[in-house]
Design a binder for this molecule. Structure first.
Ligand SMILES: *[C@@H]1O[C@H](CO)[C@@H](O)[C@H](O)[C@H]1NC(C)=O
Ligand SMILES: *[C@@H]1O[C@H](CO)[C@@H](O)[C@H](O)[C@H]1NC(C)=O
Ligand SMILES: *[C@@H]1O[C@H](CO)[C@@H](O)[C@H](O)[C@H]1NC(C)=O
Length: 94
């Protein structure tokens, strides 16, 4: 967790604040994830840069954190801010 915060720095990633990411973690961790992300998490996700999130999808960082990237990509869907999970194949550019 400490390493995670160090990697992220103070600004969070992909326009999601550190607080937002931490609020989302229970819903996307491998170990006993909760069914629904919290309101705080969903609010933080609203402005997330999806292209950027996709770049983190298979990152060492997420594995270190024990985050399930499949669930991570489903977050906007779980929050009902999107009608489908993030599709990184189409979101990726270049
Ligand atoms: C990750 O989440 C997906 C969707 O909830 C689930 O099907 C899969 O088994 C999970 N993988 C791990 C390693 O927990
Ligand atoms: C980043 O998030 C803020 C709100 O937290 C929002 O006002 C801004 O438009 C977002 N930036 C981008 C590039 O999406
Ligand atoms: C979203 O992230 C991508 C990849 O990191 C970056 O190239 C792009 O400029 C970002 N978009 C916005 C609106 O910040």
């Amino acid at each position: 967790m400490v390493a995670f915060l160090l990697v992220l720095g103070v600004h969070g990633i992909c326009n999601v604040s550190n607080d937002g990411l931490m609020a989302c973690k229970p819903a996307i961790q491998n170990d006993n994830p909760v069914d629904q992300p919290s309101k705080t998490c969903c609010k933080a996700l609203k402005y997330a840069n999806v292209t950027c999130l996709c770049e983190y999808k298979d990152s060492y960082m997420l594995r270190t954190l024990d985050i399930n990237s499949t669930r991570a990509m489903e977050l906007p869907y779980m929050c009902k801010t999107a009608t489908a999970p993030i599709d990184c194949t189409s979101a990726r550019h270049g």
